[in-house]
Design a protein around this ligand. Structure first.
Ligand SMILES: Nc1nc2c(ncn2[C@@H]2O[C@H](COP(=O)(O)OP(=O)(O)O)[C@@H](O)[C@H]2O)c(=O)[nH]1
Ligand SMILES: [Mg+2]
Length: 607
C-alpha cells in the first residue's frame, strides 16, 4: 500500500528539488505547494519527505522536497537519502536549487546531475541577496553554456516566481522521465562536474572578489565573542523562554476554560441519561485525552513562532556554534544544546525542533536526553510537594537540586549512549547572513508544526488516556483510583518495587496518572486522597518523610515525562524500538536514582 501511494499516476509528472543545504529548497517548496503539502513515508527511506501535487502548465506535477546535499556521491545520511530516492523513484525533472550568491561553489552539482543524465532545470535562488552583494549572473549566457533552462528568483519574497512556474510548465512539456536503470547507471558513473561548471561560470557570472557585509561582521564580533557571546545567548534564551511561557500560560488556561465549558454545558448534559460508566469513559477518558492534546497547542504554536525567528534570522547557527565545542564532548552539538534548553519549557516542541539535525544518530541521541529536561509541568508537581514537606528556607535549594539532577541525568545518558548514536554529519561552519523572517514564514511554520503534532499524536494520547481511565475506573462501582480498582491492584502489586524507594501505594497510583501528563499528578492525588489544597498537603506530609518525598520527586523528574512526549518520540523517530528504549532507560534511571537516594538517606539516618 505504501508503494502504491507514491506511484505517480501515468499523466502525473514528478519534480525533485535538489540542492545544497540552505539554498531555499523548502522555501520554494512551500511557495509552490502552499498548504497542500504532506509529509510521508517513502519506500526504503529512513526520513520523511514532504511532497505535494500541483498543476503546472498543462500538467499535474508531484513536487518532492529532498534533503540538502553537497555532492551527488557524498556519504552523509542525507546524501544517501537523495541517492536512494533518485535510484528508486522515476523523476521527470530535477530542479536544482542554487544559492546565487554562492554559485561558484554550487553550480558543479547541477552539472553533475545533468551529466548523469537527469533532465534538469537550474533555479538561481536568493536573487535579492545576489543583487545586494553585487553578484551578476547573465541567465541567458548561463543557459547557453550549460545547455539547461535557467531562471533566477527569490523564493522567500516571491520575485521571479511566476516566470519559474512558467518555465517549469514548459520544461515538463518535453521532459521525459529518466528510467531507473539509466538513473542508476548515471549515478554510478561518478562525475564531479567541475569542468563544465568552471566554463559556465567564466562565461556568465561576474562575482566581486569578496562579498562583504560590514554590518553583519560588526554584529558577529559581539555575538560570537568568547566572553560576551555566551551570556548574551543565555540572556536571549531566558527572554524567549519567558515569552513562550508567559504568553502560553494564559492561552492554555483559556483553552482549558473552553474545554470545561464544553464539558459542563454540552457533553455533560448530553450524557445525563447515559449509564455512569459510559459518561465517565466519554468525559474523563476520551474528552480528557483530547483536552490533554489541546493543551499543547498554544505552546507548540508559540515555540515555533520563536524558533522560526531564531532560525531564520541566522542567530540559531551562531548560538549553536558558541556551544558546539562544549557539547561535542558529550557527542552532541550546539543545536542540541538549544533544544535541551527549550526542553525546560516543554519537551514536546523541543523534540520536534531536533528535526534541524540531519544526522539520524545525532538526532536520536539528542531526543534521548531531552525528556530529562525539567519541564514546566513537572515544576508544578515539585512546587506542590516541596511546599508540603520542606520549610520555606530550604525549599529553593531543594528545587535547585532537582534542576541539577535534571542536568546530570542528561549528561549521564549522553555519555552512556553516545557510542550507539554516532553522528556522521559533516561539521560545516557556515554562518548564514542575518535575514529578516517574513510573517508568512512564521505563520506557515508554526501552523504546519501544530498540524504535524495533532495528526501524529492525538490517537496515541487519547488511547493512553483511555487506558489510564480503565485502570482507575474498572471494575465499575469503585471510587476512582480506589484500592479495589485495577490501579489500586497495580499500586499494590508494584509496592515491593517501590517500597525501597519510600514511595507508598497512593503515590504509585499518582505516578501511573503522571505517565499521561504531569499536569494531572496533583489532581490525581486529590482524587486518591479525596482531599484538596492545604488539606492534601497536610495528609501527604503526615504520611511520608521529606526523604521519601524527595525520592518521589526524583522519580517523577526522571521517568517518562508524559504520553505526548512518548507520542512525539515515536512519531519523530519512527521507531517503536527506540521509543521503548527511551521508556525503559528513563524508568530504570528513575528507579535507580530514587533507590540510591532513599537508601542512602536511610543509612545516614535521614529517612
Ligand atoms: N534572502 C533570501 N533568503 C532566502 C530565500 N529563499 C530562502 N531563503 C532563506 O534561506 C534559508 C534556508 O532556506 P530553506 O528553504 O530552509 O533551505 P533548504 O535547506 O534548501 O530547504 C532560510 O532562512 C530562508 O528563509 C530568498 O530567496 N532570499
Ligand atoms: Mg529544507
Amino acid at each position: 500500500m505504501r508503494h502504491a501511494a507514491h506511484r505517480a499516476a501515468p499523466d502525473m509528472k514528478r519534480i525533485a528539488l535538489v540542492g545544497m543545504p540552505n539554498t531555499g529548497k523548502s522555501t520554494l517548496f512551500n511557495r509552490l505547494t502552499g498548504s497542500s503539502a504532506r509529509v510521508g513515508n517513502w519506500p526504503g527511506l529512513t526520513v520523511d519527505l514532504a511532497s505535494a501535487r500541483i498543476p503546472l502548465g498543462r500538467h499535474m506535477a508531484q513536487i518532492v522536497d529532498l534533503p540538502g546535499i553537497y555532492d551527488l556521491q557524498g556519504l552523509t545520511d542525507d546524501e544517501d537519502v537523495v541517492q536512494h530516492f533518485l535510484r528508486s523513484q522515476p523523476v521527470d525533472l530535477v530542479a536544482v536549487v542554487i544559492n546565487a550568491t554562492q554559485i561558484d561553489r554550487q553550480l558543479a552539482l547541477a552539472v553533475q546531475l545533468h551529466d548523469s543524465g537527469f533532465p534538469c532545470i537550474v533555479l538561481l535562488n536568493m536573487a535579492d541577496e545576489a543583487e545586494r552583494y553585487g553578484v551578476g549572473i547573465d541567465t541567458a549566457k548561463l543557459q547557453a553554456a550549460l545547455g539547461l533552462p535557467v531562471a533566477s528568483l527569490s523564493a522567500k519574497h516571491g520575485r521571479g516566481y511566476h516566470q519559474v512556474l512558467q518555465l517549469l510548465g514548459q520544461t515538463l512539456d518535453t521532459a521525459r522521465p529518466l528510467a531507473l536503470d539509466h538513473a542508476a547507471a548515471g549515478l554510478d558513473r561518478r562525475q564531479d562536474g567541475q569542468e563544465g561548471a568552471q566554463a559556465a561560470l567564466a562565461a556568465a557570472v561576474h562575482r566581486p572578489s569578496r562579498l562583504s557585509d560590514t554590518w553583519a561582521a560588526r554584529i558577529d564580533h559581539w555575538v560570537m565573542h568568547p566572553w560576551v557571546g555566551p551570556p548574551l545567548f543565555l540572556a536571549f534564551m531566558a527572554l524567549v523562554f519567558n515569552a513562550v511561557f508567559t504568553l502560553g500560560a494564559p492561552l492554555q488556561k483559556g483553552l482549558g476554560w473552553v474545554f470545561d465549558q464544553l464539558r459542563v454545558h454540552m457533553f455533560g448534559p448530553a450524557l445525563v441519561s447515559a449509564p455512569n460508566w459510559f459518561r465517565s469513559l466519554v468525559l474523563d477518558g476520551i474528552f480528557n485525552g483530547l483536552s490533554t492534546v489541546a493543551a499543547f497547542v498554544p505552546v507548540i504554536l508559540l515555540f515555533f513562532v520563536f524558533m522560526t525567528l531564531i532560525e531564520e534570522s541566522g542567530y540559531f547557527s551562531r548560538a549553536a556554534f558558541l556551544t558546539d565545542s562544549l557539547m561535542s564532548r558529550m557527542g552532541l552539538d550546539g543545536r542540541g544544546f538549544v533544544m535541551l534548553l527549550m526542553g525546560f519549557g516543554c519537551n514536546v516542541p523541543a523534540l520536534m525542533g531536533t528535526r534541524v539535525m540531519r544526522s539520524r544518530g545525532l538526532r536520536l541521541l539528542t531526543m534521548l536526553i531531552i525528556p530529562f529536561s525539567l519541564c514546566s509541568a513537572r515544576l508544578q508537581v515539585f512546587l506542590f510537594i516541596i511546599a508540603a514537606l520542606f520549610s520555606p528556607r530550604i525549599a529553593p535549594w531543594v528545587l535547585l537540586s532537582l534542576y541539577g539532577v535534571s542536568f546530570a541525568a542528561t549528561f549521564v545518558s549522553a555519555v552512556l549512549f553516545r557510542q550507539h548514536y554516532p553522528s556522521n554529519e559533516p561539521f560545516v561552519l557556515e554562518l548564514p547572513p542575518y535575514r529578516m523572517p517574513t510573517l508568512r514564514q512564521i505563520a506557515l511554520r508554526s501552523w504546519s508544526e501544530m498540524q504535524h503534532f495533532l495528526r501524529r499524536a492525538t490517537k496515541f494520547i487519547v488511547i493512553g488516556v483511555v487506558l489510564v481511565w480503565m485502570l482507575t475506573n474498572l471494575p465499575p462501582g469503585q471510587p476512582t483510583a480506589g484500592p479495589h480498582t485495577l490501579a489500586g491492584w497495580v499500586g499494590h502489586a508494584l509496592h515491593p518495587a517501590f517500597a525501597p524507594l519510600g514511595i507508598p501505594p497512593e503515590l504509585i497510583i499518582a505516578l501511573i496518572f503522571g505517565f499521561v501528563a504531569k499536569e494531572i499528578v496533583i489532581g490525581s492525588l486529590a482524587v486518591i486522597y479525596s482531599l484538596q489544597g492545604d488539606a492534601l498537603q497536610h495528609a501527604i506530609a503526615a504520611q511520608i518523610t521529606p526523604a521519601a518525598a524527595y525520592s518521589f520527586m526524583l522519580f517523577t523528574l526522571i521517568y517518562t515525562p508524559c504520553l505526548s512526549t512518548v507520542a512525539t518520540l515515536r512519531s519523530e523517530s519512527k521507531s517503536m524500538a527506540y521509543t521503548g528504549l527511551s521508556l525503559v532507560w528513563s524508568l530504570a534511571l528513575a528507579w535507580g536514582t530514587s533507590l540510591a537516594f532513599y537508601q542512602g538517606s536511610r543509612l545516614l539516618g535521614l529517612a
